[in-house]
Design a protein around this ligand. Structure first.
Ligand code: NAD
Length: 300
């Protein structure tokens, strides 16, 4: 069985690593937050106290980190002298980054890894914490055909759909397009539900009607932002855990950065980004992104 080093055990990384452990892989975990890593011990993981220790003896590395700066630091090293993992792993190690980051950082890491004879894929995910727990994530992979085929064999243990978007960085670009749309859909879903409530409608009844009508979308179907409508959604658990509003703001920013490069028009994405910027500035950045619903609500 392969030995996998798993770096970044937050809301997503922890359940993903648990699924690998449940499938019988040896998993060596590392997180800057040692408590996050230690929680994996009960599931059979080896807890490493450094990046170097985590990748020692591993033939596959998976990272699930917040943003491009973290991914560049972990793979390539940083200005404070830490050594990047591409300098620590053995030849032929397969490197899989599942974080959502800018395509340029993904291409830079892919290039540096290739220069050292290592295979790297960017493989951001869709499906949220629920998908990570249930091993039903969608992986959106960028990289060579050979790297894709090797990564596919592992990603299958954590998800049900694995797409090959194209070259290195293209997985990130496809994911950025998806999340631009998700940010817009979540804003629209919050807006429509709040309008109905303001006019005396029951949000459960309204949600059911829209689910069978043309307003149906992922946020409404699986992630209803109105507390009490859907027991399993973060909204019914004080907007915990989930996909933090600060990460949605990051992703909408990645969409707008990409649009600048190609002079593409993204008016709805720009509006959604500004809504999340205001929402986060009001102290909500650690809450799930569906908490944007509270932004629309009358503060009665
Ligand atoms: P998170 O903040 O919960 O977890 C990130 C983890 O990385 C933290 O535990 C942090 O301590 C660790 N970390 C940061 N820098 C590190 C370093 N240098 N070395 C080791 N560990 C380090 O975030 P998350 O919700 O798990 O999201 C991770 C990525 O997945 C993000 O890019 C996010 O956009 C993406 N994503 C999240 C969701 C979701 O629903 N939460 C869904 C799809 C994609």
């Amino acid at each position: 069985m392969s030995t996998i080093a798993f770096i970044g055990l937050g809301n997503m990384g922890s359940p993903m690593a648990q699924n690998l452990l449940a499938s019988g892989f040896n998993v060596q975990v590392f997180d800057l937050d040692i408590e996050a890593a230690k929680q994996l011990q009960t599931f059979g993981a080896q807890v490493a106290s450094s990046l170097e220790e985590a990748v020692d003896g591993a033939n596959i590395v998976i990272t699930m980190l917040p943003a491009g700066e973290h991914v560049r630091a972990v793979y390539l090293g940083d200005l404070h002298g830490s050594v990047g993992l591409i300098h620590l792993v053995a030849e032929n190690t397969l490197l899989i980054d599942c974080s959502t980051i800018d395509p340029e950082s993904a291409r830079l890491v892919a290039n540096e890894a290739n220069n050292r004879g290592l295979m790297f894929v960017d493989s951001p995910v869709s499906g949220g914490v629920a998908g990570a727990k249930a091993a039903t994530l969608t992986f959106i992979v960028g990289g060579t055909d050979q790297a894709f085929s090797k990564a596919n064999a592992i990603l299958r243990y954590m998800g049900k759909n694995v797409f090959h978007a194209g070259r290195a960085g293209d997985g990130q670009m496809a994911k950025i397009c998806n999340n631009l749309m998700l940010g817009i859909l979540m804003s629209g879903t919050c807006e429509a539900l709040n309008l109905g409530i303001d006019h005396g409608l029951d949000p459960k009844v309204l949600s059911n009607i829209m689910l069978q009508s043309s307003g149906r979308n992922w946020a409404l179907e699986l992630y209803n932002p109105c507390p009490g409508v859907m027991d399993s959604s973060p909204a019914s658990n004080h907007y915990q855990p989930g996909f933090m509003s600060k990460l949605m703001l990051k992703d909408l920013g990645l969409g707008l950065d990409a649009a600048l490069q190609t002079h593409s028009s993204t008016p709805m994405g720009a509006l959604a980004r500004n809504l999340y910027a205001f929402h986060n500035a009001n102290g909500n950045e650690e809450l799930d992104f569906s908490s944007l619903f509270e932004f629309y609500k009358h503060q009665r």
